[in-house]
Structures are given as C-alpha cells and as structure tokens.
Design a protein around this ligand. Structure first.
Ligand code: ADP
Length: 321
C-alpha cells in the first residue's frame, strides 16, 4: 500500500494517479442484450482487487474494456489516468496482462523469450520505473530459475503459468490484470503464487486486478472484492465487510457435556460472555466465525437472482441453527 506522502514524493513523466482505475456508469450492449447496465467502481494504487461473478455476468467484458481490447457502449473509464479506448503504446507499456494461457513459442527457451519480449519495453523506461524487469531477477521472482534455459515445451502446466505471469510482468507494469491466474496449479504452486502477488503489491506497489473462480483464493489475495451480477456491482468490500453486510451475524460453536452446539448471533462477544457465565469450565471446543466468502457470495448472487433479500436472510439463519 502507498501512503499519500509516497505518492506526493514520486515524480515520473507518466501521470501519477492515486485512482488507478475509475469506472463510471459503464454500459455494454451486445445486440439487444445489456450485459453491463451501469457499472461503477474505483481501484486505488497498490490495491489487489478481485472481480467475482457468475458465468456470463460480464467479468471478461469489463476486464477487456479496461485493458483496451474491447470498445464499450457507454460510460466513462480511465485506467492510469487515460481512456483505454484511446491509450497509445506508452500507456500499454504501463499495463501488464496475463491471459488465460500462453500457447505460442514452445521452442523458445524461458530466458530467451523474456529477454526478447523485454526489449519492447526499453523505450518506456523511466528513472523511477526501470523497464524491462531484470530478466534473471524476474525468473527468480516467479520461481523458474531451474528452468531458465529449458524449452517452453518442456515446462509443466504450473511452470507454464508462472511463465505467463513473468510475461505479464516483464515490462514492470504499474497495473497488472490476471485472468484465472492459478487454474491448474497444485497447492504448493498456488501458495507460491499468492506470496508473489503479495510481494508485487507490497514491494513494487503494483496494482492488481484479477478474476478467479476460487473464492478461497479471492479471500486470501484481495484487499477488496467486487461482485458483478445482473450488469452491476452488487457488492464492494473486503471479505469480512461483505460477510457483515450480508449476514450481520457471527456463528458461535461450542460443546457442552459431549454435545455440540451452533448459534448465529449479531453480538458474539456478549453471547460468549453469557455462555461462560452460565456454564463456566464445562464449555469446550469454542469457535467464533464470520460467514465465509462462499456463504456471502452465494447469498448475494441469490438475492440478486430472486430479488428476495429477506428470503435469503432466513435461509442463512437456518444454517446457523
Ligand atoms: P463472464 O466473463 O462473467 O463469464 P462475459 O463477459 O464473457 O462474462 O460475457 C457476458 C455475456 O455477454 C455473456 O452472455 C456472453 O455470451 C455475452 N458476450 C460476450 N462477448 C460477446 C460478443 N462478442 N458478442 C455477443 N455477446 C457476447
């Protein structure tokens, strides 16, 4: 995260903006169908933001408009202070994109390809942001040092994905888009990748916007989660904020004389105090938890689809009983 002081102190030829992405009343119509019908959100410098939503909600459409790959029907969009519809090469050099998979160049070697792609960014180097990334440092950063001189065709699926990320990073972007970054990763590769995202955001001040189907990943990575449903952003906040916003309840679990209990309450502290006042040392296995992101996500999408927030809230209480 960047403080106001850091922002004020840095000076680059490119415009420095605290709002890296600003989207106002974004609309997209395919034929007679409105896919985005008034999307609003902002992303600040150094944030990691995840865009979630059911299939067909318009996530790819939104991301591709931000990347400058798709023209919008209406609304205002600025990315790094510039409208992506008109962003030139200099703007593009500041944005990194990791698409779902990089299938070309199988006969190239890892280091060779990154050096080659990196040359494109040389003219866009600034004293504050040296471009391209030092290739050996980058290879280390994504954990491919042992594979640096191997052909791309010999990489495993997870290694190939790390290479995708390295390709997205080689221009040392200020803003990085990641589409389903860890699909096909084993748990260790996934954890390494999460560490990498945290490092990029904390040390390099890279702003990151990602899409994922993995709610656990969204919860671990994102400072903020945006949920897109019905053509609009229906929720915007941290996983904990969304949980409170939707359910307003914490779940308390405990055991008493070998029996297990669950209770949903808006005030877990008072409830637990009362529990101990009544049963003292007999209380065991105490656990207090907020709704998971999965609970919250399903709840919000259901609310949107049924248009019945009350019904959804009742369903949630039954879970807690
Ligand atoms: P998501 O990424 O959330 O799954 P998409 O942005 O891919 O959603 O698609 C949103 C909706 O727009 C879907 O119903 C899809 O069929 C439709 N769509 C996407 N691209 C086009 C296109 N080029 N022409 C017509 N319809 C499209």
């Amino acid at each position: 995260m960047v403080t106001e002081l850091d922002t004020a102190a840095s000076s680059t030829a490119a415009p420095v903006v605290d709002e890296v992405i600003e989207v106002r009343d974004l609309r997209m119509r395919y034929g007679a169908t409105d896919v985005l019908s008034g999307v609003n959100f902002k992303v600040r410098r150094g944030e990691v933001v995840t865009l979630l939503g059911p299939n067909g909600a318009g996530k790819t459409t939104t991301i591709e408009i931000l990347e400058g790959f798709r023209m919008r029907s209406a609304g205002e969009v600025t990315v790094l202070g510039i409208d992506p519809a008109t962003g030139g090469e200099q703007w593009r050099a500041r944005v990194g994109v990791v698409l779902q998979s990089w299938r070309d160049h199988a006969r190239w070697r890892v280091r060779e390809l990154l050096v080659h792609l990196g040359r494109y960014y040389e003219p866009f180097s600034t004293p504050e942001r040296r471009r391209p990334y030092d290739v050996d440092e980058l290879i280390d950063t994504v954990g491919l040092h042992e594979r640096a001189d191997h052909k791309i065709s010999t990489l495993s699926g997870g290694e190939r994905r790390r290479l995708d990320v390295a390709i997205g990073l080689v221009g040392r972007p200020e803003l990085l888009f990641l589409d389903e970054p860890t699909s096909g990763f084993d748990p260790q590769a996934r954890r390494d990748f999460h560490d990498l995202v945290h490092r990029l955001s904390d040390l390099e001040d890279t702003t990151i916007m990602l899409t994922t189907h993995d709610l656990d990943e969204a919860e671990k990575l994102a400072d903020r989660i945006l949920i897109l449903a019905g053509g609009r952003i229906v929720a915007d906040g941290s996983a904990a904020q969304l949980a409170r916003q939707v359910t307003g309840q914490a779940e308390v679990r405990w055991s008493l004389d070998g029996e297990h209990f669950v209770h949903a309450t808006p005030d877990a502290t008072s409830f637990v105090r009362e529990l101990f006042a009544q049963h003292g040392e007999a209380v065991g296995d105490l656990e207090v938890s907020l709704a998971t992101l999965e609970d919250t996500y399903i709840e919000l999408v259901q609310q949107h689809e049924t248009g019945h927030p009350q019904r959804a809230a009742i369903a949630f209480e039954e879970v807690g009983r």
